[in-house]
Ligand binder design. Sequence first.
Ligand SMILES: [Zn+2]
Length: 406
Amino acid sequence: MKLRYGYNERMTEKLYYKDPYKREFDGVVTGVLSGNDRRVRVTFDATCFYPEGGGQPADRGTVNGAVVVDVRKEGEEVVHFFDQDPGFVQGGTVHGIIDWDHRYDFMQQHSGQHLVSGTFYQIGGIGTVSVHLGDEITTVELDVESVGDEVLQQVEKRVNQTICMNLPILTEWFEEDELDADSLRREVKVSGSIRVVSVEDGDRVACGGVHVARTGEIGLVKLLGTETIRRHVRTIWKIGARAYEDYRLKTAVTSRLVDLFSSPLEKLEEAAQNTIDKLANAEKTLQDAEGRRAAETARSLLSSDAEVITQVFDEEDGKFLKSVATTLIAEGGQLFCLVNRQGGRLQWFAGVPADKSETNLKPVLDEILPLIEGKGGGKPPLWQGVGGRVEAALEFLAAFRKKTAS
Ligand SMILES: [Zn+2]
C-alpha cells in the first residue's frame, strides 16, 4: 500500500451517531491512501457515512460528487472507499451526501429486528443467534430447534402493537465497568465504551447500528415464514416500506387470481385445487386415449404382410411414437422403422421384435443415418434419434427396408 498522506491520529467524528437523520455533511480530508486494489481510501474529520457493522450494511452516497463504494471502520476511523481517485488532498474541504432511501430502509430493518428479537425473548425466552439484514428480507435466527405457530403469530402481533405505541428508541453510552450487563438481552461482545440501545418496552441491548427514533417509524413488520438451519429456526421478515411493498404485490397477484378463477379470495385455494384436480383427470383421460390410439396404430401396422414395417408420421407426439414402437416390439414379428416429421426435423425409431431380440440394427443405422443427417443411439430392441433432412424421410425408410430384408 502506498502512503500518500497518513491518517490523522484524530478519530472520525461519527455524525451518524450524533444524528442518524443527518443526510449531508461538510468535512475536511484527514487522510488519503491508495491500496493495491486500486481503490482509494479516504478519511474525513467527520462523516455521516455509516460503516458496515452489526449486520447493517455500509451507507452509499457521494462525496464532492464521487461515488463512495464502501465504508468501513478501522479502529476509531471511518474509511471511505472510492473506485476512482476522487482527487482529494489532505486539508481539503468536502461535502458528502448519503443515499437516504438506502439508509432509512436499513434503519427500519435494524430497528424492526430489535423489536422482533426483543419480543421473542420477552414472550418465549427465546434468544437470537444471528441476524441478517439483506436487500430483500431480514432474517432472525433463533436459539431453538422449533417454534410453534402460536408463538410466531403472538410475536408478530406484539411487535406491530409496539410499533403502534410509537415508543422511543434510546441510545446511551456506558463505560464497561458502569454497565449492568444483566440488564441486557444479549451478552456484550465489545469492551471500552459501550453503546446501549433500548426500546421503552424493556428491551436493552449493546448495539453499534443506526436506528429510527421511535417504533412508529418502523411502520409494519410481517413474518413471511421460517426455515430450519444449523438446528435453529430462522424467521424471515419483511419490515418497513418493504412490508407495504410486499402487501401491494400480493394484493395485485391475488386480485388477478380472483379474476382468473372467478372466485372470492376466501375460496381461491379451493378453486385452484379444483382446477388442478380437473387438469390431472383430463391428462389421465388424454393419456388413456393416446395409449389406445397407439395400440390401434401398432395393430394396423402389424396387419400388413410386409417383411419390414416402415411408416411416416407427421407432427405426432414423441411419447405416442415411442408407445407405438414398444407395442411393435412386444407384439410384433417384424423389424420396423418409424419416422415422424416434426417441427422441421425428423424423429426416428427403429426396433426389433421380442423374438428377434438378438438382432443388432446398429450397423444398418450407421450406414443409412447420413441420408437424413441423423444421429441417435440405443441397444436391442430399440434405437432412436433425430435427423435434419425431413425431405429424405422416404429415402431413409426405403434404405432401411433394403438393408434389413432377407
Ligand atoms: Zn441495533
